[in-house]
Ligand binder design. Structure first.
Ligand code: P1T
Length: 384
């Protein structure tokens, strides 16, 4: 299939999925094998050992590359495994500029793992070009963007940051997890690498942990593929199959996530117990105009700050839902509620996370694709 000629939903269903040449099976088989027989040393069918290459994973990688309009994709055993591979392209002494609101696990990896290898990370307000410029010097090799950010839904202007990066010959990587390829395609805005926690919207059913990196650059792909195979954070064939199956409905799920997300955000905005709602679809969001420019719609991720500041009462609300489940993660068909301060962002020191607005009375919602009336009734009763 020549992907360039097809639209998103068609690619989600067909890209990478060729009928199996031996049987005609329409679905890509799960090649549950660790190795491949060679006729003669070095004479094989393109597959030598399954850490390096697996046909089920290959099909998935082609599919995700097509969704991001990218040339290359590599899938990893987790989103963190994918981020790890990007940072491993750097050397001791190199510096990274990134945002002040990030997934807690990314912050933890940067500060507790790679800081020990002599790489310096600057966590800055990426909404301001002058702040980004202030932290760039001859050692800066990478700008790491997360947008929308987890969990305060900041919207970073990808094109503006790429422009600054290009002036200084710096690589730009975008964690596109919250948007999914349906809502946002950073390569088209000039980014060098797109990263996904495939665990989330791409997988879509909360049954797989996986990551992905997409790039148009042959040279970046070559470096990343070397790390992928050498360091070994590669996913298994069963998980690759499950994600391909999940992606076939990505466009349908995202439409409903956006529809439900809008209704939930509007309901919460007028609720007397809520102080603040973070959702980029509100015209009052400081970067609503950028979200409108770089995203297809505003998604189903919402964070709320309760008027009641006590952590005990915040816990009580979090535990009172009947349809939403209290859990880490996001992007699945089922609605989830999460308390970032003690769950997904617990590894960020309190003072740091509070600077970014991740206070003890903040809750994050991943609005699923259930019937909207049931979600609104559940929010009504839990907040009461
Ligand atoms: O969980 P994993 O597949 O390793 O992906 C890590 C990751 C990377 N980037 C972003 C923006 C993420 O949100 C995550 C994982 N996030 C959660 C588990 C969470 O509940 O926020």
């Amino acid at each position: 299939m020549n992907n360039k000629n097809y639209r998103f939903g068609t690619k989600a269903i067909h890209a990478g999925a060729e009928p199996d040449p031996t049987t005609g099976a329409i679905m890509t088989p799960i090649f549950q094998t660790s190795t491949y027989v060679q006729e003669y040393p070095g004479k094989h069918k393109g597959y030598a050992y399954a850490r390096g290459k697996n046909p089920t994973r290959d099909a998935l990688q082609k599919n995700i590359a097509a969704l991001e309009n990218g040339k290359h994709c590599l899938c990893f055993s987790s989103g963190m495994g994918a981020i790890d591979a990007v940072i491993k392209m750097l050397r001791p002494g190199d510096e990274v500029v990134t945002g002040d609101d990030l997934y807690g696990g990314s912050y933890r990896m940067f500060t507790k793992v790679f800081a020990n290898y002599g790489i310096t990370f600057h966590f800055v307000d990426m909404n301001k070009a002058e702040t980004i410029r202030k932290y760039i010097n001859s050692k800066t090799k990478l700008i790491w963007i997360e947008t929308p950010t987890n969990p305060t839904m900041q919207i970073i202007d990808i094109e503006s940051v790429v422009k600054i990066a290009h002036e200084h010959n710096i690589i730009t990587a975008v964690d596109n997890t919250f948007a999914s390829p349906y809502l946002q395609n950073p390569l088209a805005m000039g980014a060098d690498i797109v990263m996904h926690s495939v665990t989330k919207y791409l997988g879509g059913h909360s049954d797989v942990v996986m990551g992905a990196l997409i790039t148009n650059s042959d040279s970046l792909h070559e470096q990343l593929a070397f790390i992928h195979n050498s360091c070994g954070a590669t996913p298994g064939p069963m998980d690759s199959f499950l994600v391909m199956r999940g992606i076939k409905t990505l466009h349908l799920r995202m439409e409903r996530h956006c529809f439900n997300g809008k209704r939930v955000a509007e309901f919460l905005a007028t609720h007397p117990k809520i102080e603040k709602v973070y959702w980029p679809g509100f015209p009052s969001h400081p970067n609503h105009h950028i979200a409108k420019k770089q995203m297809r719609d505003f998604g189903g991720m919402i964070s709320i700050v309760l008027k009641d500041k006590s952590v005990e009462n915040t816990f009580k609300v979090a535990a009172s839902f009947k349809v939403f489940s209290l859990a880490e993660s996001l992007g699945g068909v089922e609605s989830l509620i999460n308390h970032p301060a003690t769950m997904t962002h617990a590894s960020i020191p309190k003072a740091e996370r509070e600077k970014a607005g991740v206070v003890d009375n903040l809750l994050r919602l991943s609005v699923g694709v259930e019937d909207i009336e049931d979600l609104l009734e559940d929010l009504q009763q839990a907040l009461a």
